[in-house]
Design a protein around this ligand. Structure first.
Ligand code: HEM
Ligand code: HEM
Length: 181
């Protein structure tokens, strides 16, 4: 299987990044959604938050690599070719997904910076992106949580579109991004 995309299929690197990112995002969301089962101030709750920050920052690192790959590689053709309007909507959806993967972790990093909290990353401490400011921390946190919630709907709509192409239109949209057997 080739590493880079060609006009027929996504390459191994794009495929690994695509499905790896799905698992990573599931873990990032799970850490925040499940932290509530542990009592406030407990070590387990703090650990869930720390993992949320570190895995979220990994999303930011990987999406930069993925974006570079997306910009520099061809998009494999869909056969049979969908109507032009659908192709435009699909492109807008990809832009929205990339914006989500960039903005959500960046806003999270800004929240911790504005709160004056530590920014842990697998044994390292990352620098603050802005000076401490409690008001800014509140409204950036609102943005972070709103974009994160929108992410559920974006990803859901994207996955439903893939199933629609596969089972109803019966084109190769999904096939070209699945690992080859
Ligand atoms: C794509 C990556 C990320 C996603 C999808 C995401 C998602 C979320 C979600 C769903 C919440 C809870 C929202 C709620 O309770 O309504 C949250 C809270 C939060 N996230 Fe993220 N996040 C990401 C990355 C980050 C990063 C990289 C950081 C910091 C380095 C961060 C810092 C925070 C903070 C400080 C909170 C508030 C925690 C609290 O209220 O105790 N997030 N995030
Ligand atoms: C069950 C979950 C998912 C399914 C079934 C799925 C399916 C697909 C399919 C079929 C494509 C090819 C579409 C095309 O080329 O027109 C694609 C591409 C893409 N998907 Fe997903 N996807 C899923 C989850 C995600 C998640 C979680 C994200 C990120 C938040 C994402 C972001 C993208 C992006 C940006 C592309 C464009 C190709 C690239 O740059 O890698 N997908 N996905």
């Amino acid at each position: 299987m080739q590493w880079r995309n060609n006009t027929q299929r996504y390459g191994a690197l794009s495929i690994a990044l695509h499905w790896g990112m799905l698992l990573l995002l599931a873990a990032v969301y799970a850490c925040m959604e499940l932290k509530g089962i542990f009592p406030r101030g407990s070590d387990a709750r703090e650990a869930m938050k720390t993992w949320h920050f570190m895995l979220g920052l990994s999303v930011l690192a990987l999406v930069l690599l993925r974006l570079a790959l997306f910009i520099s590689s061809p998009v494999p053709r869909i056969v049979p070719e969908p109507p032009r309007l659908q192709t435009w909507v699909a492109m807008l959806m990809k832009i929205a997904l990339y914006a989500f993967m960039l903005l959500t972790p960046l806003a999270g990093w800004l929240v911790l910076s504005a709160k004056g909290s530590a920014i842990p990353f697998f044994g390292l401490q990352l620098p603050a992106l802005m000076a401490e400011n409690a008001d800014a921390a509140d409204w950036i946190k609102e943005i972070h949580e709103t974009v994160a919630t929108a992410g559920y709907f974006l990803i859901g709509a994207h996955a439903l579109a893939a199933l629609y192409h596969h089972y109803l239109v019966r084109d190769n949209t999904l096939q070209r991004i699945l690992p080859q057997r």
